[in-house]
Design a binder for this molecule. Structure first.
Ligand SMILES: Nc1ncnc2c1ncn2[C@@H]1O[C@H](COP(=O)(O)OP(=O)(O)O)[C@@H](O)[C@H]1O
Ligand SMILES: [Mg+2]
Length: 217
């Protein structure tokens, strides 16, 4: 069992001023599967993903795994580094693709030979060998998302939160990205994929959830 793999969320609420922007009495997340969260702009997708990544603290709510519960106040610290949020627009650090891929591992103080071996495997997995030494910021949008997915996978997250990952890609980049997500699914990585596009729902085989006005449908 990974350190904290969410199986359900209970009574989650988040206010912005007096406005209740998220109100989720109960949400099951199937571990080892992809859950596709679809809803229009402003429905609360990004907010929910960021709460699950520990980037925003909810006002109320409890997160449960099979073995324990975490309060909303404790969640940001508990989820940090275990639940990874992938921004809608992939953010590349300065340096090459390899620098980007090794960043988290260096922060975690992995030994150089282990980093090298993980990088070799991940470059192969994401078909990024030909871009390994390129400056990451100069890559196309689709390529940057592939690097971001590989950079997340290399850290072996308990939960991967994908925010409209395919929204700004051309068709071929979207097809490659769906394939990478399917590979992650085959490896049993738990994912929540937020989208407002029909296509992702057809392309990905997962649990489908709808959201509107901060409430699950
Ligand atoms: N920092 C913020 N301050 C105030 N309102 C916010 C803030 N962030 C998001 N919201 C509001 O919360 C709602 C949900 O936003 P968001 O989660 O970004 O939706 P989505 O990702 O589905 O487009 C929207 O009404 C948005 O305006
Ligand atoms: Mg959003």
């Amino acid at each position: 069992m990974k350190p904290f793999e969410i199986s359900s969320i209970q009574d989650l609420k988040l206010y912005r001023g007096k406005r209740l922007v998220l109100d989720i009495p109960h949400l099951e997340l199937k571990t080892g599967a992809v859950t596709i969260l679809s809803g229009p702009n402003g429905s609360g997708k990004t907010t929910l993903l960021k709460i699950l990544a520990g980037l925003i603290e909810a006002d109320e709510g409890v997160f449960k795994s099979n073995s324990r519960e975490i309060s909303c106040a404790a969640a940001p610290k508990e989820f940090s580094g275990l639940h990874l949020y992938m921004h809608q627009v992939a953010y590349m650090f300065s340096g090459t693709v390899v620098d980007n891929l090794s960043f988290g591992l260096r922060q975690r103080r992995y030994a150089k030979d282990i980093i090298d071996s993980k990088i070799e495997k991940i470059l192969k997995w994401a078909s990024l060998n030909h871009l390994a030494d390129r400056e990451a910021k100069t890559l196309s949008t689709g390529e940057q998302h592939q690097v971001a997915l590989a950079r997340a996978r290399i850290l072996d997250p308990c939960l991967l939160l994908l925010d409209e990952t395919t929204a700004h890609m051309d068709k071929s980049a979207r097809i490659r990205t769906y394939q990478l997500i399917k590979d992650l699914q085959n490896d049993g990585v738990t994912m929540l994929f937020a989208t407002h596009e029909e296509e992702s729902q057809h392309e990905l085989n997962g649990v489908k959830l709808g959201i509107a006005d901060g409430k699950l449908l």
